[in-house]
Design a protein around this ligand. Structure first.
Ligand code: 5GP
Ligand code: ZN
Length: 112
């Protein structure tokens, strides 16, 4: 989708620190991290949010990527939080489906 920052990151058109990638999804470090580990997992195709018709195969690939990112960053051992802000009241700022993966320290009440 034109003018979507996450589509551009998925396509490699703007830089991001990618930590995982496969045919359906990619994962990269959040530009303004809210925890020592703060990674965003996105589908490569454009969907407005995680509830905007993302195919089951892609949703599975997203959560498989969450697990892989948790393993490679080490937060699988200590715990982590997944957040999918959806819509205005949740504070979704980028209208391309994404899951925040946060960890690396006790998170308290923090909301990405
Ligand atoms: P939301 O508020 O929509 O759930 O989360 C969007 C997230 O995307 C924010 O945490 C923000 O820091 C991150 N973000 C926005 N633009 C960019 C970008 O160009 N690169 C990276 N790596 N992260 C971004
Ligand atoms: Zn997009």
């Amino acid at each position: 989708m034109e003018d979507c920052v996450f589509c551009k990151i998925a396509a490699g058109e703007i830089p991001a620190e990618k930590v995982y990638e496969d045919d359906l999804v990619c994962a990269f470090k959040d530009l303004s991290p809210q925890a020592p580990v703060h990674v965003l997992v996105i589908p490569k195709a454009h969907y407005g949010s995680v509830t905007d018709g993302v195919p089951a195969e892609t949703l599975k690939a997203m959560f498989d990527a969450v697990a892989e990112v948790a393993r490679t960053t080490g937060v699988d051992a200590t715990g982590f939080r997944c957040i999918a802000n959806t819509g205005a009241d949740a504070g979704q700022t980028v209208p391309h489906a994404h899951i925040h993966v946060l960890g690396g320290a006790p998170l308290g009440e923090s909301l990405a």
